[in-house]
Design a protein around this ligand. Structure first.
Ligand code: ATP
Ligand code: MG
Length: 497
């Protein structure tokens, strides 16, 4: 009996243990209430941010609409100037013809009165013409001023929207099929659907934009036009093309001579926008560099003709990725850009394999360096990186052996390092980001680390044979789409006071 009572006592919790349990329960209830309150606050913040983003996007749309109206007004005014000039020319020509006729008739017969009348008529025509022309010019000036203001507003709003969204933009471009019916469908804007005959379900992917095989180089460039000009406001911008070999990365970035791609158009656009800036920023001449990463070695693509392809080192000691000894060239005109980039592209490592006879066997990075001083005297510096990655590929499909196999392994290794960096950036705990695992990520470190804007084109083939690779690329891109780089920051250093 006694033993049973002892065991009862042991089984019953002591008063102290009960108190502890009650305290723990109270603490947990308090913590839960606290957490709920913080959750409510976060939801409130999120709601505010969403509304803010929607407002900014609405305002941008409105600014764009106004800009279109102003552009149309400028066009109309220019046309009316042309019409006026043509009419005035015709009137002056008619008057001169009349003079000539009268003179020919008989110079002696023309009395002073007739000559004076002709002179008067001529002066009148000229005066009217000048007045009309001046009024039309003033109209054009006013319309241009308004358009400039709207452009400025739109630029600022675009930057604001990008800051609020703050992550990597991802756009998909599908190339036309080489043979047979395309394996991709484009059911609505921003969506690509891949048909998988061996499964019941098709796979849908949503991106910031999707370009079907009929899209032109201009349409594709238009989607990055605002992004590239934001480099002039001090944001570093990185645009890269990712995808299976033969999927159209080089076509998108470089493009054939008669259908130039993003590289030349983007740099020409920045050059043009820098010359049109009306808010007092003065830019130093823009400089370009061009390099390739081949088998994990960095090589200068703008080296003088005939010079050996030396292996260059990358340093990141200053927080900025710098390639020591890399050639930089100033550019002033669109023509110079075109020639320079074409010359660099000729230096690039290429090779034929079973899937693409002009396959790029290296990653190429064209960089535009922008430096300037704001009206307030602040120093502004940013970079625009345009990256054409070498193709991701399945080694068995390309039939690679020997050197080609070494290249393919280096390419795949660096692309998976890029994937790891994006995954690390996407993960909630922003601990270690493995930038050092490849030259590519090491070099792009300062453009993939939070204070920059990044855009990835995922290029895909629409051939039925390529469906597994297409799905692989789209899944990689969908992961990149989730990366939150945080808010982009301007690289503007205050002037020494
Ligand atoms: N959108 C397109 N419209 C028409 N032709 C295209 C398009 N995209 C690619 N091509 C053509 O397909 C071929 C392969 O394209 P490209 O060389 O750009 O592929 P890539 O992705 O750079 O391949 P790699 O990774 O092997 O370098 C080229 O002949 C190119 O002209
Ligand atoms: Mg290529």
């Amino acid at each position: 009996k006694c033993a049973a009572a002892d065991s009862d006592a042991a089984a019953r919790p002591s008063a102290g243990a009960l108190r502890d349990a009650a305290d723990a329960r109270d603490r947990a209830t308090r913590d839960a209430a606290d957490l709920r309150r913080r959750l409510d606050e976060c939801e409130g913040d999120l709601k505010g941010l969403r509304i803010h983003k929607e407002d900014a996007a609405k305002a941008r749309d409105e600014a764009e609409r106004k800009l279109r109206e102003h552009d149309a007004r400028v066009l109309r005014a220019e046309k009316s100037i042309n019409d006026l000039e043509a009419a005035a020319d015709a009137r002056v020509a008619a008057a001169e013809q009349k003079i000539r006729e009268l003179e020919a008739e008989n110079a002696a017969q023309i009395g002073d009165r007739v000559a004076a009348a002709i002179r008067g008529e001529r002066l009148k025509i000229e005066r009217e013409f000048r007045d009309e022309l001046a009024a039309a010019r003033a109209q054009v000036k006013a319309a241009e001023r308004l358009a400039d203001e709207e452009r400025d507003k739109r630029r600022k709003l675009h930057n604001r929207v990008m800051e609020l969204q703050g992550n990597i933009r991802v756009m998909c471009r599908a190339r036309p099929p080489r043979a047979g019916a395309p394996s991709a469908l484009f059911p609505r804007e921003g969506c690509v659907k891949i048909r998988q005959p061996e499964y019941c379900d098709d796979a849908d992917f949503e991106f910031d934009a999707v370009f079907d095989p009929t899209s032109s180089q201009i349409e594709v460039f238009d989607s990055v036009r605002d992004l590239v000009t934001s480099a002039l406001d001090g944001y570093s911008v990185c645009i890269f093309a990712y995808g299976q070999t033969g999927s159209g990365k080089t076509y998108t970035m470089e493009g054939p001579a008669d259908k130039r791609g993003v590289n030349v158009r983007a740099i020409a656009r920045v050059l043009e926008a820098a010359s049109m800036r009306s808010d007092g920023v003065s830019y130093e001449p823009l400089e370009i560099s061009m390099l390739e990463i081949y088998n994990e070695q960095v090589r200068d693509l703008l080296r003088p003709p005939g010079a050996a392809a030396e292996r260059l080192e990358v340093a990141t000691a200053t927080g900025e990725s710098v390639v020591k000894g890399l050639t930089k060239q100033s550019v002033f005109t669109a023509d110079e850009i075109e020639k320079l980039i074409a010359a660099g592209a000729r230096h690039r490592a290429a090779g034929a394999h079973a899937l693409n006879k002009d396959s790029s066997r290296s990653h190429s990075i064209v960089t535009l360096y922008i430096r300037g001083t704001t009206a307030a005297g602040d120093a502004l510096s940013s970079k625009l990186h345009l990256v054409d990655l070498a193709g991701s590929e399945r080694l068995d499909k390309t039939g690679a052996t020997g050197d080609r196999l070494t290249e393919a392994k280096a390419i795949n290794k660096s692309l998976s390092a890029l994937g790891d960096v994006l995954t690390a950036l996407a993960s909630q705990r922003r601990g270690h980001v493995p930038y050092r695992n490849s030259k590519l990520t090491y070099l792009l470190q300062d453009s993939l680390s939070g204070d920059s804007k990044a855009l990835m084109f995922v290029n895909v083939s629409t051939d039925a044979d390529d469906v597994p690779e297409t799905l692989c690329s789209l899944r990689f891109a969908a992961r990149a789409h989730d990366v939150a780089l945080g808010q982009a920051k301007k690289n503007v250093a205050p002037a020494p006071r």
